[in-house]
Design a protein around this ligand. Structure first.
Ligand code: SF4
Length: 710
């Protein structure tokens, strides 16, 4: 192996001006981009105009990618820990040395516990075929992603009703007449194309009902905003359904054909009147009635958002389920301005990409988190990562020996890092493969620097949708430092373990050729556009005979056999969360449009826009506590305390407090963000093991904090 040379794609070092089509990597959305390269340096990035919805648009984070590329405060070469875990003492290693070290430790774990003793996590997404192939090749069933603190409740809600995952249903936002959003802060926690569709729809007169504990920028665009009591939006949906059924506002034809269990649904909401919901949510009954009548008048071109970041509270799963149910009652499936079933190449009779995963041997061992065995109602895919840590601590159902984090930072993105560290301390090996110094990287034994998204290519992504397409992340420039692309890192680890057959390709171009084999698409064609639609005309499924829900009955099932079998209700009664004591608040977290979840806080440009977070609390409530705007406050929860600044505003519910996620960093090498602001995940003491038994997501916004002037 030539360990001293990055495996670049051909032509990347060509002098002069080049245009490269690629995919942004500044957040997990991965928008199509056009990159201008001059003599090996990126000089301009914009959206890829070959993708009509994207056009040349880019968000602030995407525009800050050049600053990230030119920043030296990122891992530049492999590092092996020399002091205690988390102590920040490292030595520089060559790639050979670091990879040999990792392989030797992994071999030890495999010898002791089998491949299943290795856990791996990433942030999912369109390239996950590569990561899953790596984990399978190691002989481990323990592939995880971040979704237990993101959309797992929505995933399981979709599966329990429609038999398909949350990405099985797309939202035709551009053509909708009314969009209902439950804390989905579309303008700030943004996907460029979705924001453009949203703004187009509003421009054409669409309405938006936005429900949240605080007024976000999305609230400012909405035609109706309800500042709801924290963690109660499920009650609102139960009242919506009550009115829809009581006043026959639903699409009777569609429901007759495609819904089973309407009587059970009717029975479950007979008491959940708008007047009842007003007491739970604080939203006036008259407004609830007026809203649902207005929405139903526009059916079927309406959308109740199915759920985005739904790891909030113990009823988020049921909030998402009832949003799915409201969509079905509106008869909006396969309707313009409603929900469109996502179609892949197979649905259009085309051959799709060859999967790498099919080259890896099947793994028979059960997952360590019990998903698929102890918990049969959960989707096996990425499992539930919060259950990994108790399993490591207990050694049940089997002992674990190693953990590899690939561009995932659980010590930032999951609650209660102290408990996670206790679990990680039981392992023989922790590896972080990342472009940043994440909190998890800083606690690892080895940091392997991945090349940035501008410096590496990725496997080809096949995207389902109304019309399927292929997307290419091409390499734009050579790595500035001694970093490598993930496919190469995985192959090299597997080669040392004698398990590399599934990823045994010499170059990325060889992987692309394998993926495209048997399709009608050539690499040249894909490369020339970056994004390639595979069909010209959109086909919809037949709403009389062929919607093809993947449930046992082929219909939308109000009562889920899987939940029944697990002893869990399909139509659960509402749990009224207890009121907080004076000076206490439910902690809510979120985003601003110019930072992603946790990786941009140290970006030279984005840090200038926001270098520190503050805790939003209600102005009147803050006044009652003797707190003034901008004061330094002490925030406590369950034995943990931190200090920071407060922002007093009337735009937040008196029972909630909000902070932007991702601050309070502890890595000194990130000098711009080190020690600045507060970390919400550290305040979430005890929430690692607090999750919804039906939906699987963590109950993060059930964290109660107390606040006083410092
Ligand atoms: S939303 Fe912004 S940061 Fe995220 S992929 Fe798109 S352009 Fe990049």
């Amino acid at each position: 192996m030539d360990g001293n040379k990055a495996p670049n794609v051909k032509g990347v070092d060509s002098p002069g001006r080049r245009t490269v089509y690629s995919l942004c990597g500044m957040c997990a959305v991965r928008c199509p981009i056009q990159v201008e390269v001059q003599d090996g340096r990126v000089v301009w990035i914009q959206g890829n105009p070959n993708d009509k919805t994207m056009g040349t648009s880019l968000c602030a984070k995407g525009a800050a990618a050049i600053a990230f590329e030119n920043d030296d405060e990122r891992p530049q070469y492999p590092l092996i820990r020399t002091g205690a875990r988390g102590g920040g003492q490292w030595r520089r290693a060559s790639w050979d040395e670091a990879l040999d070290y990792i392989a030797e430790k992994l071999q030890g774990v495999i010898d002791k516990f089998g491949g299943k003793g290795i856990a791996f996590s990433d942030r999912g997404g369109p390239f996950a075929d590569l990561q899953k192939t790596f984990v399978k090749s190691l002989g481990s069933p323990n592939y995880f992603n971040h979704d237990c603190t993101c959309g797992r409740n929505a995933q399981h809600a979709s599966q329990s009703l429609f038999g398909m995952g949350r990405k099985g249903l797309g939202m035709d936002i551009k053509n909708t007449k009314h969009l209902v959003l439950y804390g989905r802060n579309m303008i700030e926690s943004l996907q460029v194309k979705e924001v453009k569709d949203f703004m187009d729809a509003l421009g054409k007169g669409a309405k938006c009902t936005y429900i949240d504990v605080r007024a976000t920028l999305t609230a400012s665009k909405a035609s109706r905003f309800w500042m709801i009591r924290p963690n109660t939006e499920y009650a609102l949906n139960l009242a919506f359904i009550h009115v829809v059924l009581a006043e026959n506002l639903y699409d009777a034809d569609f429901v007759k054909k495609w819904v089973v269990g309407l009587d059970e649904l009717r029975e479950s909401v007979k008491e959940t009147t708008p007047e009842w919901a007003e007491k739970m949510t604080g939203v006036p009954a008259g407004e609830i009635k007026a809203a649902i009548r207005e929405i139903a008048a526009d059916r079927p071109n309406v959308i109740f958002h199915l759920g985005w970041m739904t790891a909030r509270h113990r009823q988020s799963f049921y909030t998402s389920r009832t949003a799915h149910i409201l969509n079905a009652l509106m008869g909006n499936i396969e309707q313009t301005g409603g929900l469109i079933i996502a179609k892949g190449t197979g649905d259009y009779g085309l051959k799709g990409l060859n999967k790498l995963d099919q080259r890896a041997p099947k793994v028979e061992d059960p997952r360590v988190d019990g998903v698929g065995t102890k918990f049969k109602h959960f989707d096996k895919g990425p499992g539930l990562m919060h259950l990994l840590f108790p399993a490591i601590l207990s050694g049940e159902p089997y002992p674990m020996g190693a953990y590899i984090a690939y561009r995932h930072d659980p010590l930032t993105s999951l609650p209660d890092p102290d408990v996670m560290k206790q679990a990680l301390d039981k392992l023989d090996l922790i590896v972080s493969i990342d472009v940043n110094y994440s909190e998890t990287a800083w606690y690892a034994d080895v940091i392997l620097p991945e090349a940035t998204f501008l410096e590496r290519g990725s496997i080809i992504a096949e995207k389902k949708g109304a019309k399927p397409n292929l997307q290419l992340r091409d390499q734009c420039i050579s790595p500035r430092f001694d970093s490598r692309p993930a496919w190469w890192i995985f192959r090299e680890i597997l080669r040392r373990l004698g398990k590399s057959e599934p990823l045994e390709f010499e170059t990325l171009e060889d992987i692309w050729a394998y993926q495209l084999e048997g399709t009608d698409v050539s690499l040249e064609e894909l490369r020339s556009k970056g994004v390639l639609g595979l069909v010209s005309k959109e086909e919809r499924r037949d709403r009389d005979t062929g919607l093809g829900f993947k449930t046992a009955s082929g219909k939308v099932e109000m009562i889920s056999p899987a939940l029944d079998e697990a002893g869990l209700p399909s139509l659960a009664p509402f749990y009224d969360p207890p009121a907080n004591e004076p000076g206490q608040f439910n902690l809510v977290f979120g985003r601003v449009a110019y930072h992603n979840h946790a990786h941009t806080m140290n970006n030279p440009l984005l840090n200038e826009l926001m270098s520190e977070n503050a805790l939003w609390i209600n102005k009147a409530t803050g006044g009652e506590l003797g707190i003034g705007d901008g004061d330094t406050i002490e925030v406590k929860s369950n034995g943990y305390s931190t200090k920071g600044k407060v922002r007093l505003t009337e735009f937040i519910h008196p029972e909630a407090a909000f902070m932007v996620h991702g601050f309070g960093r502890t890595v000194p090498l990130q000098t711009r963000t080190y020690g600045k602001g507060m970390a919400d995940q550290r305040l979430m003491k005890g929430k690692l093991t607090s999750y919804d038994p039906a939906g699987g997501g963590n109950c993060l916004t059930e964290t109660v904090i107390s606040v006083k002037k410092a």
